[in-house]
Design a protein around this ligand. Sequence first.
Ligand code: ZN
Length: 432
Amino acid sequence: MDGQVLLDAIELIKGFLAGFEPDRYPGVDAAELVRRFTTIERLGAAGKTLAAGRVQRSGAWRTSGDRSPEAWLAAETGTSKSESVGVLTTASRIDGLDATGAAMREGRLSAQQTAAVASAAAVDPDSEQTLLDTADRQSLQALRDEARAVRQAARGEAGLADRERIHRTRYLRHWTSDDGAFEGRFRLTPDHGAIVLAALQTHRPSSCEDGRDAAEADALVAVARAASAGGNADSDVPPAVINVRVDYEALRRGYTEPGETCEIEGIGPVPVATVQAAADDAILRAILTDGHRVIDECTAGRTITTKMRRAVKERDRTCAVPGCDETQGLQTHHLHDVRLGGPTKLTNLARVCPHHHDQITYQHAQLTGAHPHWHWQPPPGKESIFDLPPTTDPPAETERETPPRPSPRHPDLPPSPGPPPKPPPIRRRRPE
Ligand SMILES: [Zn+2]
């Protein structure tokens, strides 16, 4: 092993640091030192990642008696297991990403930037150069957003499966802290998150001397106050406003292709179906783009007037799905897949419970016909004719799912990326 040059370099750096007195440097020189040490740090991270990948592939980690390559790396480097998982995941992804490998080796990427680029370029190699350019010019957050959008586009319909998975593991928990504060945490799908954010937005105080987080907390209390004052959440209060930015072509097609955008402001990239579903009960302010150019702005035509909202509420007192007598939290569903700008008429509307609304939006169930003769076709694979919503009784304590801890693996991507999935068929909901 020709590692002598590295040992020499380490000794040189050690020698420098032994006599290093930062306060003897003028500020501008110190800033230059930060740049140089950053390069050293990046080079170190690059070498570590590449070498750790080799240790994993060769199985050499087993000689240490550790249970996994991740455990070995965590013990070896004095870092957390989740960080080690990240390093090894990146190591497996950069195989074949030549430009990223080169940028790493030149010290142009931080470990986090490398991870973000690799996570997306591994599923869509065509995006590699664009991502590297973003890493060069923009913030880590911007890079991560772009990488997420690339992964989202590459996933196509698999994004809907992710949404299903998130939906199944949703929760909201609250407790009283040691000092008596009311605290909590929650987990929601992006589209439901957008509704929460939009509601907070309308109730957020314009200024709050205790800062942004405090303003957010005040908004939550204000939302709750408004809901209590209004009584039924399904009353005539105006619907939430959700801002989206979407490529016109993607919206028309029903899914994004690589390079296209579909994101909800404050949430990030989402499947196109999510935006379409959000339009059912909220006002959608859409910025339509053509790549990066804004070509139009519109407020979604699905907006239901207060008069129509009252009429449909009067007509559909229970969920419109035959056999379901749910009366709580009914949502207004558009029978025709009108997309943005489509017609909103009373005959085109039905009120359904959240459970059935979800099945229509995400699981290909269909509600057809007209009041009072609705026809329900449950999601493919569901046996029951009347797939009733779960009972409203809270589950027994032992059956509750514990809130998921942050996954040590990259949650958004399987470790070994396969070919990108085929684009989903454009789904239409038409009455027979
Ligand atoms: Zn129902």
